[in-house]
Structures are given as structure tokens and as C-alpha cells.
Design a protein around this ligand. Sequence first.
Ligand code: FEO
Length: 170
Amino acid sequence: MISEKMQVELNEQVNKEFYSAYMYLAMSAYCNTLGLPGFAHWMRMQYEEESMHVTKMYDYILGQGGEVHLQSIEEPAKEYGTPLEIFQQTLEHEQFITSMIHKLMDLAISERDYATQTFLQWYVTEQVEEEANVNDILAPLRMVGDDKSGLMMIDQKIGGRLAPTPLPAN
Ligand code: FEO
């Protein structure tokens, strides 16, 4: 069982995860228009990853006897600048999501809600991985700058990103 407040905050986070998925799908479309199929693929995989973050939280709320209240999803931007700027925005967004997950964890701790703390620990770990993955791409992007052949090499490399492994049921 989760508190009313926790239910509200988890529903807010479902909306933020939906927005993340939406934003990465928009970034994928944008990368396609830039003629960077590998970047577009990476963002498409990220969209799928975020969709799993949504459903995992959705299932948890329902499993705890709570109510899911879906809200409007903010419209993402259509353009994101250069490949480097795309990933800078990605990192900023993931850092924002990390801070939201930490706030949820603070609430779970203050409410002595042990089940939600255990549940959220998965997201805490996931965010460490998400930020590291983005930093791993930002480093070579900074190095190549505007060099087209360097960008093509990064495009080819990140285009090999595998589809996320389906999550086990909660
Ligand atoms: Fe679901 Fe990328 O945070």
C-alpha cells in the first residue's frame, strides 16, 4: 500500500517518464532529418527504454492498490541543434530525472515506505547507468567537433545499440 501523497508523486513521475520517451522519439526523428541514422537509432532505443520505465512504475502503482492518473504529455521540441548539443540536452534531461527519482526516494524514506524504497532503488541504479551511457557518447563528440568523418564514425558506433531487454514483471 502507498500513501495518497506517494501515489500523486509516482503519477507525476509516470508523466515525466512519458515525456522522456516522447522527447527521445522527437530527437530520433530530428536525427533522421540530419541524415544521422545511427543517432536516430540510439534515440529510438532510448525511447523504448523510457517506455519500459513508464510501465514499470505504472504496474507498481496498481500493484500497491493505488490509482494511475495519466496526465497530458508536454510537447517536446522539434529541433535540438548539433549532435553535440543533442547529447548535452540528453545529459541535462537525465540529470533532471535523477533529481526527481532522488526526491521520490526522500519521500519514501520520510514515510518509512520500505516497499517503495526498494522499488525506487532500481531507478536510482538505472539513472547512474543512463548518465554514464550519455557521458560515454559526449566524450568522443567533444573530441571530433565538426569533423564529418569523426561524426560518421560515432554514428556507426552508436547505431549498433541493442534493443533494451524486457523487464521482468514487478
Ligand atoms: Fe527514465 Fe531516462 O530516465
